[in-house]
Design a binder for this molecule. Structure first.
Ligand code: ADP
Length: 487
């Protein structure tokens, strides 16, 4: 029996390979490389796909060398989503910089999509029309990169997301998985196939796109010297985190408290359309079973704590926010709305801006810090309310991860304000864990039902029996949001 799996986590700012010890159920080694981003024009964000591949190969090699290729059962992959690469099928060389998910260069085109088409797109893909998703980025590249036209004519052009580029380079196969495909805005999440109407609307020929497979399909083999290691188990990063948190049943949800906040809510094998502008996405697919999720995000969460620390100088470290927050019984009427860059679901305002209200002569920095932490929990509550209303499914428990999930005050407050348990795992690298789990299932090392036993809880935050005070504060917060929207 081989001892290890490798999780390759190709994120936006860094690429990591982590060695997962199957017996101890822990990561035992991490190799990491930063990835550069460039900003050639206002609102444009690019990366070098070659760099992504070389750094992925480098970190993989570090893990393989450390463990010995013969000890590695397989490699699972999780990756930044929506980012687009165009490459030459014969040489594997990218023909243009990758357009990163944050890039806004196609906003104008997206704004011009007529209402009828928007509805068709939302019905088929679960996505609102936005420059964030891959379709308009591929369209832009096909129009603006001269080599794309000639390669297309010769039948040598490939277009794909970061997973498909890495799999192509590592194994030679041109494939992607359901979760990554579901973020392109070209993929019909009901039929599980590229959609001809959408391909035609965006001018993307089917021939340049990869084959789409379930997350647990064998994608190919990676050579290390004479050894060949299967690459199996692929998902976009947020979906991998959902799986890594063992959210395996309808009503399970996870929140990642990083720079921003991501809530994914498992809606079972039912594809729920949101009335609040949330995204419907494929959560994961295990063979022929496809699970759907609702996804909502708040643009600013941990970034607000960074602002307290670096912008206002109120904190020496992010962790210090906890001591200050618990040093006061409440915010003294202060409310904060984390709208530095507008507000997402359910408000969708890019004009809204941050707001601090209710300040008196008695306000201290502890009150302000506490108001900021509470606002993070309130924005998650707004998303959770939308999801439960849209789906008619109750959230049963929240599994948490990300940097700010280390904050006990925030996690307890979150439990109180949601009225459900917040469950914090020992291993908070949920994305990498999800890739390892998908890989292990794909290789038959463990079954879906065992996954829950591979995740251990570090601490449960149970909601206060009486949360009427917190509920009143939430209503105050909602009023402050209305003021932020009037900006
Ligand atoms: P990302 O992956 O988005 O870069 P991380 O998951 O690494 O983010 O989390 C980093 C964020 O978490 C930072 O914005 C930081 O301010 C915040 N953070 C880290 N520790 C704490 C803490 N103990 N309390 C509150 N916020 C924290």
């Amino acid at each position: 029996m081989k001892h290890y799996l490798i999780s390759l986590d190709a994120g936006t700012t860094s690429i990591r390979a982590m060695l997962y010890d199957i017996a101890s159920k822990r990561f035992v080694l991490t190799a990491q490389q930063e990835v550069a981003q460039s900003f050639p024009q206002n609102g444009w964000v690019e990366q070098d796909a070659d760099e992504i591949y070389y750094k992925a190969a480098y970190v993989l090699n570090r893990c393989v060398t450390a463990a010995g290729a013969e000890q590695i059962a397989g490699i699972g992959l999780a990756n930044q989503r929506e980012t687009v690469v165009l490459w030459n099928r014969e040489t594997g060389e990218p023909i243009a910089p990758a357009i990163v998910w944050q890039c806004r260069r196609t906003s104008e085109f997206c704004a011009s999509v007529p209402a009828g088409m928007r509805k068709t797109i939302a019905d088929k893909t679960g996505l609102p029309v936005d420059a964030y998703f891959s379709a308009s980025k591929i369209r832009w590249l096909l129009e603006h990169v001269p080599a794309a036209k000639s390669l297309l004519a010769e039948g040598k052009l490939c277009a794909g997301t970061v997973d498909s580029y890495l799999i192509f380079k590592l194994t030679g196969n041109f494939v992607t998985d359901h979760t990554n495909a579901s973020r392109t805005m070209l993929f019909n999440i009901h039929t599980l196939d590229w959609d001809d109407d959408l391909l035609s609307y965006f001018g993307v020929p089917r021939t340049i796109l990869p084959d789409v497979k379930p997350c647990t399909e064998a994608m190919g083999e990676v050579r290390f010297g004479t050894a060949r290691i299967p690459l199996a188990g692929v998902a976009g990063d947020q979906q991998a985190a959902l799986f890594g948190q063992a959210c395996l049943t309808e009503g399970d949800g996870k929140i990642t408290y990083g720079t921003g906040l991501f809530l994914l809510f498992h809606t079972g094998e039912r594809c729920v359309r949101s009335q609040s502008g949330l995204i419907t996405t494929i959560g994961y697919s295990l063979g022929s079973k496809t699970v759907y999720a609702l996804e909502g995000s708040a643009f600013n969460a941990g970034s607000c704590v960074q602002w307290l620390r670096d912008g206002l100088g109120l904190l020496a470290t992010s962790a210090e926010s906890e001591q200050l927050a618990v040093s006061v019984p409440d915010t003294g009427g202060v409310r904060f709305v984390p709208a530095f860059t507008g507000l997402g679901a359910p408000h969708w305002s890019s004009e809204a801006r941050g707001l601090l209200s209710g300040i008196t002569r008695g306000t201290t920095k502890a009150h302000i810090v506490r108001a900021v932490l509470e606002s993070i929990a309130f924005s998650a509550r707004e998303l959770a309310d939308c999801m439960q209303r849209d789906s008619g499914i109750c959230l049963r428990e929240i599994k948490c991860d990300g940097g700010a999930s280390a904050n006990d005050f925030l996690m307890q407050f979150q439990a109180d304000i949601l009225g459900i348990t917040v469950n914090r795992p020992v291993e908070r690298e949920s994305t990498a864990l999800g890739a390892a789990f998908l890989c292990g299932i794909s290789l038959g090392i463990f079954g879906e039902k065992e996954i829950a036993s591979y995740r251990s809880c570090e601490r449960l935050f149970t909601p206060a029996k009486d949360n009427s005070r917190q509920e009143m504060w939430y209503q105050e917060y909602l009023k402050a949001v209305q003021r932020a929207l009037m900006n």
